[in-house]
Design a protein around this ligand. Structure first.
Ligand SMILES: NS(=O)(=O)c1ccc(B(O)O)cc1
Ligand SMILES: [Zn+2]
Length: 257
C-alpha cells in the first residue's frame, strides 16, 4: 500500500475532483512582463491580533496555525478585494530540497517554500460557507527564499518537534503573523482556487512580489515533519506543492509598476 503522500498526488486529483481541470485553478506561473499594472488596486490593509492565535497543527499535508475568527480582529481589507476578510489560518508548502517547494512560480522560478495566509469573506457566515463561493476566500502568498536565519520563523519551528506526525496539534499563543510579511507589500493578484482538494474556485490570490528569508537549516526543519501518523511507516512531509496550472485566459494584475 503506497504511503499517503503517494495515493493523492496532484495528477490523480481530477478523478475525485473534476474541477482540477477547471478554468480558474491555482497555482500559476506568474510572468511579471505579462502582468498588467492596475492603478486602481489599493495597498493591502492587513491587521492581525496575536491574541487570536489558537494552535499549531500537522494536518497530514502541511503545518497550519489556526486563528479565532469569531471577531474582525485579524483581518484583510482593501488590496484587490471589497469588504472584510477574516484570517482563518496560515500554512506552508515546501520542497525536498531548496531548489523547489513554492506553488506559484515567477517566470518559471521556484522558491524553496511559500506561506499562505487564508482569509474568508465576512459577507458569508463562516469559513466553510465562504470556501465554495467565487468571492469567498482571499489568500495572501509570501515566497520564502534562502538567506539569513529568520527569527520570526523560530517560534514556529520550535513547535515542530511536538507535532511531527499527522493529527498532532498543540496550543500556540500570541503569534503575530505580520512578522512573516515582507517589508514591501507590492503584489500580483488573480482569480484562482484552493491548491489542494477540494480545489474550490473561490480564491482571490494576492501574491507578494518580495520574498521573506529562511535559512537552509530552517528549511531542513520543515522537512522533519511527517505526512504519516504516529505508528505508521514514517513518510517525510516534503514536496507538498501543486505545480502551476493553465492560465486559461486569466489576467494577472500588478499593484506596482
Ligand atoms: N493552499 S490553499 O491556501 O489554496 C488552501 C487553503 C485552504 C484549504 B482548505 O481549508 O481545504 C485548502 C487549500
Ligand atoms: Zn496553501
Amino acid at each position: 500500500i503506497p504511503p499517503a503522500s503517494k495515493t493523492l498526488r496532484p495528477q490523480k486529483w481530477v478523478e475525485n475532483f473534476p474541477i482540477a481541470d477547471g478554468v480558474r485553478q491555482s497555482p500559476i506561473d506568474i510572468v511579471p512582463g505579462q502582468a498588467s499594472y492596475d492603478a486602481g488596486l489599493k495597498p493591502l490593509d492587513l491587521k492581525y491580533d496575536p491574541s487570536t492565535c489558537l494552535d499549531i497543527l500537522n494536518n497530514g499535508h502541511s503545518v497550519q496555525v489556526t486563528f479565532a475568527d469569531d471577531t474582525d480582529s485579524s483581518r484583510l481589507t482593501d488590496g484587490p478585494i471589497s469588504g472584510l476578510y477574516r484570517l482563518k489560518q496560515f500554512h506552508f508548502h515546501w520542497g525536498a530540497s531548496d531548489d523547489k517547494g513554492s506553488e506559484h512560480t515567477v517566470a518559471g522560478t521556484k522558491y524553496p517554500a511559500e506561506l499562505h495566509l487564508v482569509h474568508w469573506n465576512t459577507k458569508y457566515a463562516s469559513f466553510s460557507e465562504a470556501a465554495s463561493k467565487p468571492d469567498g476566500l482571499a489568500v495572501v502568498g509570501v515566497f520564502l527564499k534562502i538567506g539569513g536565519e529568520n527569527p520570526n520563523l523560530q517560534k514556529l519551528l520550535k513547535a515542530f518537534d511536538t507535532i511531527k506526525s499527522k493529527g498532532k496539534q498543540t496550543s500556540f499563543a500570541n503569534f503575530d503573523p505580520s512578522t512573516l510579511l515582507p517589508g514591501c507589500l507590492d503584489y500580483w493578484t488573480y482569480d484562482g482556487s484552493l491548491t489542494t482538494p477540494p480545489l474550490y474556485e473561490s480564491v482571490t490570490w494576492i501574491v507578494c512580489k518580495e520574498p521573506i528569508t529562511a535559512s537552509s537549516a530552517q528549511m531542513a526543519k520543515f522537512r522533519t515533519l511527517l505526512f504519516s501518523a504516529d505508528g505508521a511507516a514514517p513518510d517525510c512531509m516534503v514536496n507538498n506543492y501543486r505545480p502551476p496550472q493553465p492560465l486559461k485566459g486569466r489576467t494577472v494584475r500588478a499593484s506596482f509598476k
